[in-house]
Design a protein around this ligand. Structure first.
Ligand code: IPE
Length: 265
């Protein structure tokens, strides 16, 4: 698909991720979809949306240790509650898409994908491409899926976005985060952290070694994972990280005016 753009919207953008209870950020979600709709009116491209879990998924996943697999008799309750919560978020996201006039359809990730040791093993790509062919936006999300080795696993929205980009041949992948992109130090801790506008083969190693994950509720890893995924699977695909909290950043990224980090590997 030559004209395919994949947007992963982080749970830290559309929810208050540091909250232990689920909190949806409706106005931010709506603004992001309005930015997409604005660009889509004038430019013809196919789109897949993937959203993260934030406070709708991570606290429950952590409580029931879902990232470790099917570990004990409470795991099934954990799966049930986490999936219920993710479907709530998913429905809230769909509402905002519909309000914006974007035609979208949910693809429940766990119904189309399985993993082996946390990496995607099977994926029914047709369930996604059939919608795109009908000009309907497929909406997937970070989910709890069946894992052939661990029983279950958390399949992050990032991994799903990267997988779809590679398998369907996307031209661009945009990660919408709560920070502008990759920094030389954690921007949430250091006010003088410097934004790295481009990650490429020459600065890759030094950037990776300086990184640490920094949110106690996140079970899937943050920027480091995005860079590694870009290195392994997104070679040749334009990969962009922007902040969804800064108005018009998503619109700019769609129009190739990037106010964030571009990964070229
Ligand atoms: C995690 O998805 C899914 C669950 C915890 C159920 P993501 O890893 O894509 O979520 P965010 O973007 O980090 O919140």
């Amino acid at each position: 698909m030559k004209n395919l753009v994949i947007i992963k919207i982080g749970g830290s953008v559309i929810t208050n991720k540091s909250s232990d209870k689920p909190v949806f950020r409706k106005s931010i979600c709506l603004r992001l979809f309005e930015e997409i709709a604005m660009v889509k009116k004038k430019n013809n491209f196919d789109l897949i949306l993937v959203h993260g879990a934030g406070s709708f998924g991570h606290p429950l996943a952590k409580k029931y240790r879902l990232n470790e697999g099917f570990v004990n008799s409470k795991t099934s309750r954990g799966i049930s509650l986490t999936k219920q919560s993710m479907l709530k978020l998913n429905n809230l996201v769909l509402n905002e898409l519909i309000v914006t006039g974007l035609d979208a359809c949910i693809v429940e990730t766990s119904a189309v994908a399985t993993t082996t040791n946390r990496r995607i093993n099977t994926f029914n790509l047709e369930s996604v491409s059939n919608l795109i062919n009908k000009k309907i936006i497929p909406v997937l999300y970070g989910d709890v899926v069946i894992d052939t080795k661990k029983g279950i696993s958390i399949l992050s929205g990032d991994q799903t976005a990267v997988y779809l980009a590679r398998k369907l041949g996307a031209k661009k992948v945009i990660f919408v985060s709560d920070v502008k992109g990759i920094y030389d130090r954690n921007p949430k801790e250091f006010t003088d952290a410097r934004l790295i506008r481009e990650v490429n083969a020459s600065n890759l190693r030094s950037i990776l070694s300086a990184m640490r994950n920094h949110n106690k509720n996140d079970v899937t890893g943050e920027m480091k994972g995005k860079i590694l995924a870009a290195k392994q699977d997104l070679a040749g695909i334009s990969t962009i990280i922007i902040s969804g909290l800064i108005p018009n950043s998503l619109r700019g990224a769609l129009l190739d005016r990037v106010n964030g980090t571009r990964i070229l590997l």
